[in-house]
Write a protein that binds this ligand. Structure first.
Ligand SMILES: CCc1nc(N)nc(N)c1OCCCOc1ncccc1N1CCC(C(F)(F)F)CC1
Length: 164
């Protein structure tokens, strides 16, 4: 029942603040788009609400939204009331959990890969990335040393972790 998690976090582990991402990193948007293209994406209802309207639903992907509201509906979204239910509706093929903090904390138990965009800097926020325990191996860092420079002046790098 393997699933991948993908997120962008600051040095102090912030993912989001009040339903938004507290930085603008166009390179990460491209990376996210490329990594999840054609896959099923699983997200919490708050993350769905946070998507800019033109990206809701995320184009070219099955969008599965987790909510406990049994009457919740949205154009372009498939609804599930648990992660297990979400994974059951996409029995095969790549599945990416794309947020938010609450969902990552549940999904990390099922995950076999985590792709993190690390944004250099300290940001205020109310959603935090889960910590990766010792079972996770860092299998790819780009660049191998140092940081990439965004057109926005932010420094960032990509880390990929796997767990057997
Ligand atoms: C990108 C942000 C992001 N980064 C990584 N590495 N992992 C994620 N889990 C993630 O959060 C995806 C859901 C939230 O997404 C957005 N939140 C605010 C503004 C824009 C977006 N994006 C822009 C790109 C768009 C495209 F369809 F092009 F992919 C999807 C919506």
């Amino acid at each position: 029942m393997s699933v991948g998690l993908i997120w962008a976090q600051s040095t102090n582990g912030v993912l989001g603040s009040n339903g938004t991402i507290p930085w603008y990193l166009p390179e990460d948007l491209s990376r996210f788009r490329q990594k999840t293209a054609g896959a099923a994406v699983i997200m919490g209802r708050r993350t769905w609400d946070s998507l800019p309207a033109r990206f809701r639903p995320l184009p070219g992907r099955r969008n599965i939204v987790l909510t406990r509201q049994d009457d919740w509906r949205a154009e372009g979204a498939e609804v599930a009331d648990s992660l297990a239910a979400a994974l059951a509706v996409v029995p095969s093929g790549p599945r990416w959990v794309i947020g938010g903090g609450e969902i990552y904390r549940v999904a990390i138990e099922w995950a076999t890969q985590v792709h993190v965009t690390h944004v250099a800097g300290t940001f205020h926020g109310d959603a935090h990335a889960p910590s990766l325990d010792t079972g996770w191996q860092l299998t790819d860092v780009e660049p191998s040393t140092g940081w990439l420079n965004s057109s926005t002046g932010l420094r960032y790098r990509y880390c990929e972790y796997t767990r057997t």
